[in-house]
Design a protein around this ligand. Structure first.
Ligand SMILES: [Zn+2]
Length: 257
């Protein structure tokens, strides 16, 4: 099995749902960039283009159908029906088949939601600032209010990100979170467990525990992933992408959207 794409166990039960997250492996950029998908980290654009062609090609997702949030560490969610770059937000929601939502990742928490009954998806970038603003709960609420998604039917994948094992924060950040999400060891700076925090937000929003999948992987201590904390300015970026495929031509229902 290739280590180029991280899959989700929950998503794999739905054949027309496309989901995957890239890693540091399978690309052409010089190390430590490897499979870097960002044009904004000083990588050669030709390498980034080749890397994107490889990752999105392996996902069978046309790059012309991608929608991206600008990712400004906000709590803002936007609903989209067209591909493109969406400024001033950190999460996108759609119910349009053939639109694929993509978030860029290097330590911040990526969360992907999908509701298979009404076929709506969300891609959420939730660093500590976004987490503090409860952007994930906002995304769930947007799927509900815009499309009638039901939280009891909703599934979630919390992807690889800075784990509680390594994610050291200052007291000024730790103090903004409930004690149950802060790990304190004698003589060490506090560590923040943002996976647990975001999982708790989903449960409070009405998702069932068995419908929430949490990656055990930490981007900082697992070199399969890019990590800004670990590699600093030399760090590349990964992408996670989710969306429902359009129905095949000739199948009833096409063109009725
Ligand atoms: Zn770690």
């Amino acid at each position: 099995m290739s280590d180029m794409i991280v899959h989700s166990r929950l998503c794999s039960n739905f054949p027309d749902l496309l989901f995957g997250m890239s890693t540091r492996k399978g690309g052409v950029s010089p190390e430590p960039l490897g499979m870097n998908l960002s044009f904004n980290v000083g990588d050669d654009p030709r390498n980034v283009e080749e890397n994107r062609a490889r990752f999105f090609g392996a996902m069978a997702i046309p790059q012309s159908r991608l929608a991206f949030p600008k990712q400004i560490h906000s709590g803002t969610v936007r609903t989209v029906r067209e591909p493109g770059m969406y400024a001033d937000c950190d999460a996108l929601v759609t119910a349009t088949p053939g639109i694929f939502l993509a978030v860029s990742i290097a330590d911040c928490v990526p969360v992907f939601l999908f509701e298979p009954v009404i076929r709506s998806v969300a891609a959420v970038h939730s660093g500590w600032r976004g987490s503090k603003q409860r952007i994930l709960a906002e995304a769930e609420q947007t799927m509900h209010s815009e499309y009638g998604a039901n939280s009891a039917d909703m599934l979630a994948f919390i992807g690889p990100c800075a784990g509680g094992c390594c994610y050291e924060v200052g007291e000024e950040v730790a103090s903004q979170f409930n004690d149950e999400f802060v790990i304190r060891d004698q003589g060490k700076k506090p560590h923040l467990d943002l996976k647990a925090f975001n999982r708790a937000l989903l449960i409070a929003s009405g998702l069932k525990e068995e419908n929430i999948e949490v990656s055990p992987d930490c981007t900082i201590c697992n070199t399969l992933y890019h990590s800004y904390r670990r590699d600093g300015a030399r760090s590349g970026r990964m992408y996670g992408v989710i969306g429902f495929a359009e129905e095949a031509a000739g199948v009833p229902g096409i063109g009725t959207q």
